[in-house]
Design a protein around this ligand. Structure first.
Ligand SMILES: Cc1cc2nc3c(=O)[nH]c(=O)nc-3n(C[C@H](O)[C@H](O)[C@H](O)COP(=O)(O)OP(=O)(O)OC[C@H]3O[C@@H](n4cnc5c(N)ncnc54)[C@H](O)[C@@H]3O)c2cc1C
Ligand SMILES: NC(=O)c1ccc[n+]([C@@H]2O[C@H](COP(=O)([O-])OP(=O)(O)OC[C@H]3O[C@@H](n4cnc5c(N)ncnc54)[C@H](O)[C@@H]3O)[C@@H](O)[C@H]2O)c1
Length: 471
């Protein structure tokens, strides 16, 4: 039996943020890690996906050159093997860098390799070893969901955990689930010349809930891949050709070479045996924890990152890892660390930005909303050939504070930050209209949307400066 003050389970983004703090304070800790090093984000997530998207978007540019008087784009060709090599090279650089600067620098005995499970309130079993820790941080991440019957597809069914290992590009790919992963990777593969058929069971994609933006996203994505929204997919191996998978959707049957399952991710909790620590699980198998302290019940156990399923994105995992470790030190006097405004980005083209409250939530709360479409309305977007998509903004009818925004437009990653910061600072629609907007920039679309929203909030007034001065 080994006794330590602190144990971190999982060397992902959440766990490594906790580790960074602990190791500066004490040697009395252990990091327990199962699986490959380098974090989900760097190894099979954010970074390889962005490398693939980068290559795909470069190639896509060839379609927009002729119009500017630049010819020869049609002679460009994709070398699928080299594209995938490029993706893996960047992936190795990022994940190798993470490991080299963190887990690889731990001293002998500070790192235990293997999967931890609770065997008592403060006791963890890893292989044959038992560790007793006074305070424990769980940062075990999540795993792609794969429905049991689809396992019969064998190596024809890939998830984001495997797809970056492809030696070359498939000819025909089915993407099941058009959440963030399905949309980003489906579009990237389509742009690289793969015939992509995408099926999503809900009538939306990438988490959008603004009806006009969903309709626009469907229209735009349907130009690049076959898109079926609100439909269930049935998959089976072709009995006459074992190299093919048959995708049935509605009345259609489509033969593909590979399937990307992007149906969401499940927290890595099952193997931890939390009940052995006296932790109750709800009907979904989740423990009860506080979103601002990261503490489970009133125990010296904290849960951070994808494993708690709250906001499974990188910066949230980092923030939660830091809150968890500070509270592991402060226990039992834990402190609440207020959450930041929600900010999510899908790196499709146009990008998707989800900021603050969703459109659907805001509607339920009686928000005043506008949706502003970009087509032919923003000079810079027209010059860039990116006058597609739009933005929905919604505000509190009483305070005029922005509740949130959904974006489907170029540079949503940057506009999304500005909006998230404004929402977190409780700025009103009129506060934002008092800010400078340059010309010609995409931000002018935000200004236009804000003007429409201001007009809806205070229809009798049309002079924004005046409105603001009278607040
Ligand atoms: C394809 C893809 C693209 C993404 N793109 C983005 C993006 O662009 N932007 C963004 O913000 N987010 C993105 N994400 C999400 C982001 O990667 C995750 O939110 C983040 O990596 C979660 O970090 P984590 O620390 O919670 O988990 P992880 O990094 O998964 O770390 C958990 C670690 O714990 C280990 N472990 C599991 N069980 C145990 C156990 N019992 N004992 C010991 N160790 C264990 C696991 O093997 C794993 O290594 C993407 C995800 C994917 C899959
Ligand atoms: N840019 C980013 O920030 C980024 C990029 C990729 C992934 N991620 C993170 O990774 C997580 C996982 O991504 P994801 O796209 O797998 O999950 P997701 O939850 O975003 O989307 C999964 C989608 O699959 C659909 N679905 C589920 N079962 C289905 C079925 N049987 N048939 C058809 N559709 C089905 C769901 O309705 C949903 O729309 C996300 O929650 C996100 O936080 C983030």
């Amino acid at each position: 039996m080994r006794k330590v003050k602190f144990a971190i389970i999982g060397a992902g983004t959440a766990g490594l943020n906790a580790l960074g703090y602990i190791r500066r304070q004490t040697d009395d800790f252990v990091m327990i890690h199962g699986g490959p090093y380098g974090t989900t984000c760097a190894r099979v997530g954010c970074m390889p996906s962005k490398a693939l998207i980068h290559a795909a978007n470069h190639y896509e540019q060839r379609l927009h050159l002729d119009i500017c008087g630049i010819h020869g784009g049609d002679k460009l060709e994709v070398d699928g093997a080299e594209v995938m090599k490029f993706v893996r090279q960047l992936r190795d650089r990022f994940s190798g860098g993470v490991h080299a600067n963190t887990t690889a620098t731990l001293k002998e005995g500070q790192l235990i390799e293997g999967y931890a499970e609770f065997v008592g309130p403060n006791q963890l079993k890893v292989g044959d070893e038992i560790v007793e820790a006074e305070r424990i941080i769980i940062g075990t991440g999540s795993t792609p969901v794969v429905p049991g019957p689809w396992k019969a597809l064998g190596d024809k069914l890939l998830t984001s955990d495997e797809i970056f290992e492809l030696e070359t590009l498939p000819k025909r790919l089915a993407v099941i689930g058009l959440g963030v992963i399905g949309l980003e990777l489906g579009q990237a593969f389509a742009r690289l010349g793969v015939e992509v058929t995408a099926v999503e069971m809900l009538n939306t994609m990438a988490g959008l809930s603004s009806p006009e933006l969903i309709a626009e996203a469907e229209k735009l994505m349907s130009k690049e891949m076959k898109v079926y929204l609100g439909q269930a997919a049935d998959l089976s191996l072709n009995p006459d050709n074992e190299d093919e998978v048959l995708l049935k959707v509605g009345d259609e049957e489509i033969a593909v070479d590979l399937v990307l399952g992007s149906l969401g991710r499940r927290p890595n909790l099952a193997g931890l045996n939390l009940p052995a620590a006296g932790i109750e699980l709800n009907e979904r198998g989740m423990p009860s924890f506080d979103l601002e302290t990261m503490q489970i019940e009133d125990k010296p156990i904290f849960i951070a990152g994808d494993v708690n399923a709250f906001r499974p994105i990188l910066h949230e995992a980092g923030d939660e890892g830091r809150a968890a470790v500070l509270n592991a030190f402060a226990y039992p006097e834990v402190k609440a660390y207020p959450r930041k405004t929600m900010l999510g980005v899908a790196f499709s083209e146009p990008q998707v930005g989800l900021i603050g409250m969703s459109y659907a939530q805001a509607e339920k709360q009686g928000a005043v909303s506008v949706t502003f479409m970009l087509e032919r309305s923003n000079g810079r977007a027209i010059v860039m050939g990116q006058d597609k998509g739009g933005l929905s903004l919604y505000a509190d009818p009483d305070t005029y504070e922005l509740f949130g925004a959904e974006l489907l437009m170029a540079d949503a990653e940057h506009l999304g930050h500005m909006l998230a910061w404004a929402i977190q600072d409780k700025q009103t629609v009129f506060d934002l209209l008092m800010k400078p907007f340059y010309h010609p920039v995409l931000e002018e679309a935000l200004q236009d949307a804000l003007r429409q929203l201001a007009h809806k909030l205070q229809p009798e007034r049309t002079n924004w400066v005046e409105v603001e001065l009278r607040q």
